[in-house]
Design a protein around this ligand. Structure first.
Ligand SMILES: Nc1nc2c(ncn2[C@@H]2O[C@H](COP(=O)(O)OP(=O)(O)OP(=O)(O)O)[C@@H](O)[C@H]2O)c(=O)[nH]1
Ligand SMILES: [Mg+2]
Length: 358
């Protein structure tokens, strides 16, 4: 499917479609070519016109290269533009949640890529609840979307600031995950798609990296943390086998840099050391390219769907059920509309809210 195209659209068009009443199999052969397949072209045109949003967040301990990786993402082949930090300026320590956006256009399709940078934790003496501001930010975006959705004069296209995935940076210690890492991922994995990554992969040997990846996977499994792509959301056997391969390769071990060097006559993003240049986008050096392709080329639409259908839906149901649907009633009374009975799903109401009685 093209980016942003809801698959339910195809379903509804096919099952309630105009034209042919021959819905039994073989109908199209009786009638000749109907043109159902043109839906793809129609969707492509729409998506090209509207574009789509894609929002990534980075989180983890301080100094692991989160802000650097954001620069790498924007400067890598996703977009060859600079993000505003000047060339040799040192990336400052992140002290507040901040988002950077870029509209990237390719083949006529516009993507508004937003990366949300968060301050690293671990510096404070007391790190209890350090995930709270991040969790709050994620929920605020759901709340914003929900308010727009239930608005009477709702926008035809609600701006989507919801976080589609959170790259969680793991320190390349070679030992175990820290308690804080486990706590963070456990708490947030039910509200956002967590993608763990091993930071500063250039500090590990190939064997150390493989061993560490295996250990992290085992620890995550033992702690009952489901990272993206979650097994329970595999749609069919093909999906399962593709995602199994990805899950076995995770967490991707990445290297970040926004500095360019000349290698074999080509300018590449890299880190210059006394013993050579680590090329960020070279798959033999690290897994940044794999991570980027996974995010953008293969799983972007699925990340958006899981965010909308699972993560946001959970938030929405919880929110609308809070205080016996009080929130909903309040909202309606603010528009001077008599609140609908909570026990009915009144077909006369134009509200797209389904509330089950708590
Ligand atoms: N070796 C190595 N160093 C890196 C890498 N990425 C970033 N660094 C360096 O690590 C230091 C911290 O980088 P930042 O990007 O500011 O780290 P951060 O995670 O954003 O830190 P906070 O904002 O404090 O949370 C800088 O000196 C970077 O140059 C990497 O992949 N490998
Ligand atoms: Mg930072």
């Amino acid at each position: 499917l093209p980016f942003g195209a809801p698959c339910c659209l195809i379903d509804s068009l096919i099952s309630h479609g105009h034209g042919s009443s021959h819905s039994s199999s073989g109908g199209s052969t009786l009638l000749g070519y109907i043109g159902i397949d043109t839906i793809i072209e129609q969707m492509r045109k729409k998506t090209m016109k509207t574009g789509f949003d894609f929002n990534i967040m980075v989180a983890g301990h301080s100094g692991l290269g989160k802000s650097t990786l954001i620069n790498t993402l924007f400067k890598s082949q996703v977009s060859r533009r600079s993000t505003g930090w000047s060339r040799d300026e040192k990336i400052p320590k992140t002290v507040e949640i901040k988002s950077v956006s870029h509209v990237i256009e390719e083949g006529g399709v516009k993507m508004k890529l937003t990366v949300v940078d968060t301050p690293g934790f671990g510096d404070q003496i007391n790190n209890d609840n350090c995930w709270e501001p991040i969790s709050k930010y994620i929920n605020e975006q759901y709340e914003k979307f929900l308010k727009e959705e239930v608005n009477i004069a709702r926008k035809k296209r609600i701006p989507d600031t919801r976080v589609h995935c959170c790259l969680y940076f793991i320190s390349p210690t070679g030992h175990s995950l820290r308690q804080l890492d486990i706590e963070f991922m456990r708490r947030l994995s039910h509200s956002v798609n967590i993608i763990p990554v091993i930071a500063k992969a250039d500090t590990m040997t190939i064997e150390e990296r493989q061993e560490f990846k295996q250990r992290v996977r085992k620890e995550l499994e033992m702690s009952g943390i489901e990272f993206y792509p979650q097994k329970e959301f595999d749609e069919d056997m093909e999906d399962k086998s593709d995602n199994d391969k990805i899950r076995e390769a995770m967490p991707f071990a990445v290297v970040g840099s926004d500095k360019e060097y000349q290698v074999n006559g080509k300018r590449v993003l890299g880190r210059k050391t006394a013993w050579g240049i680590v090329e960020v986008e070279n798959p033999h050096h690290c897994e940044f390219a794999q991570l980027r392709d996974f995010l953008i080329r293969s799983h972007l639409q699925d990340l958006k769907e899981v965010t909308h259908n699972i993560q946001y839906e959970t938030y929405r149901a919880k929110r609308l059920n809070e205080n016996g649907g009080l929130w909903c009633n309040l909202l309606m009374s603010s528009f001077l509309i008599p609140p609908i009975s909570l026990s009915t799903s009144s077909p006369t109401s134009s509200w797209h809210i389904h509330i089950s009685k708590p």
